[in-house]
Write a new protein. Sequence first.
Length: 749
Amino acid sequence: MPSHAESSLEAGLVALKQGNYPTAIAHLEPVANSQKDGKTGLQAQVGLVMAYARSGQVPKAIAVCNNLIVSPNPQVQEWAERALEHLKKHQQRKKTSSKNSATGFVAFDNAHKPDAAPVNTASPQQTKNSGVKATNNAGTTSTLPASSIKNTNVDTMMGGNYIGSLHRPQPKLFTIYWRHAGRAKVWQPLHKLNLIPLKLLATGTFFALFWVMREMLKLVMGLINQILVKLPYLEPWQLLYRDPTVVVMAVLVIALALSPWLLDRLLTNFYGQQELPKEQLNNRSREAIRVLQRSCQQKGWPFPKLRILPMAAPIALTYGNLARNARIVISQGLLDQLADDEIAVIYATQLGHIIHKDFMVMSLILLVSVIVHRIYQSISEWGNSISSAFGRWPARVLASLTYGVWCLLTGIALWLSKLRLYYSDRAASEITGNPNALTRALLKIAIGVAGDISQKEQTSWQLESLNLVAPVSYQQSISLGSLAGQVPFTSLLMWDNFNPHRHWFTINNSHPLIGDRIQRLSKIARHWHLEPELHLINEQSLRPKKHPFFLQIAPWLGIPFGFLFAGLIWLVWQIAFALKILNLKWIYEDWSFVSGCLLIGFSIGMVIRMNSFFPDIQPQALQTDDRLPSLLANPSAIPIDSINVCLAGKLLGRPGISNSLAQDLILQTNTGLVKLHHIPWLGQSINPQDFIGRQITVTGWFRRGATPWIDIQTMQTQNGQTVNSAHPIWSTVIAVAAQAWGAFIFLRG
């Protein structure tokens, strides 16, 4: 095989996997023309069919299929015939759909909508002649003839034995087969839920938002007056010395009352939101319209206002303050990648938020956080436009501070965001009688989000800013969605279901574990005597490994031990003073030394954990990217089980100032995506952001938590440029600083 053809073929297949169809076509067309009858040419032509079809160039895909039909290879002929049949059917459906579009709204592209009979996994004979609904790991859903798919990788789809071997491992496209388990025809309502915890949490979230905003405002007012005092000829503003409590509460109440219309304006101007006519939704999911109409009639509500976002990533959200002015928003990607019943059940989850009224507080949180995130985005874009590196520093600092404020505001609603999804999943199951469709929808959303990140090569502004109200978080979609098809969902979700400490690692997460949600949906399905979509093993959690977990939380355990130590110290000094052995009561009579003991306890815990958390990386023990699926599928792993890894791939993330805190670093390997954590060290002239879009090798510690990640030790490019991450160093610095500060407080009294 000529080397240039080989490299072009490989580059084209990589682009095809990533969903970058124009690039794939640019690489594959020359190979297909120059190597038409060889193995390389056959691979390139089959790849072109897939790239043309997925990019909407169906006539070109049909033309290439006509060439493949006359191929001397019988497997390629069979594949081409079935693909041609599918493409012609799709072309006819698209023409029909175009004729039926009666409004000015842009018609939806049906290129990725499944329309064939679902696969039945009971026996191969039952699926031999039927179509298979399948979702590829780029996030799009397609239908291919079942008999043409002998395996789940692109080698077989492109002609089995006629895929030549390459010098380097080539990325593969994987096809996911859905069981399409049934739905209830008649079902009994589930037992009545206790909504008090949800309502109390929503109320607490509102007052937490009020308190945080009031304290931030007081801090800003105090800083302004301090600056004015120190400047000559200026006097502080007496207005800024007043208590802002009433003002903040009034602003929040007014914002809550106006949130539907304010969010309309924000999402329209900055996210391209449009109205979604009922006729257009009815063309894509008739059941969704029926679900909305039936539920609103039962509740006595007006039909909710429907909106759509022009986003490729699947997402859905609801905002408003009353049922009569609620807006249900979905993305174009959700319509493209979900089936009729799955779209309907996602709409039902949004109705659940309206029924439980949790969407009121979440709308207020969304309103405030979207404004702050938009400011952060504007500062980042302005800073990136500055040519001078020194001139970017003010923008870098300001953007990082704004991002920190955004994280603080969204962090207020983390617990409410998690709890409300359990309630909405249950409500959607009751409304539709179809918990299995919701299981498929959640997994397809994760796949679609991972595909969007892979295609855009970064986490988009929209995904990040709307993450709090999305059905599935983008963080938990990164690895799960990108590995779908290579590893069974039952294996990928084992950690979510069986790890005994899993809930401790979701404290700072905005969404509950997907496996936990699917396990609950499976219980509902069994309650209604339905076969669940996923056969998650119904057994007790694994036996807890207490020693590693205690080691994991050693710094936090050090705090209560520090408090006990402070009590012991106080008791000893009191006894010594009473017996006139030692008179140091004047130091410890005000209890201020307790905070010093807490810091010392935290520091000791950090030191105890450090060696296990950052063990020496042994070259012979390094795990490579082909081991990534097994690392994710280990149900007993926790972050303290530091696994040495050396992974090669492409670095994804937002460039420039928008990534100053290294918050959006993702490694795209041949296997899947994995989150990266980087902590800079002083004096480094190169940042990880400089490597975005380039092939790199990452060495570090893999950690399995609610969101899997790698703590970077080194990051190296192909030309030898290296960035070191200072995780162990900063841990040592924090431990020493806490120890010194605590000792100072302890001795000072």
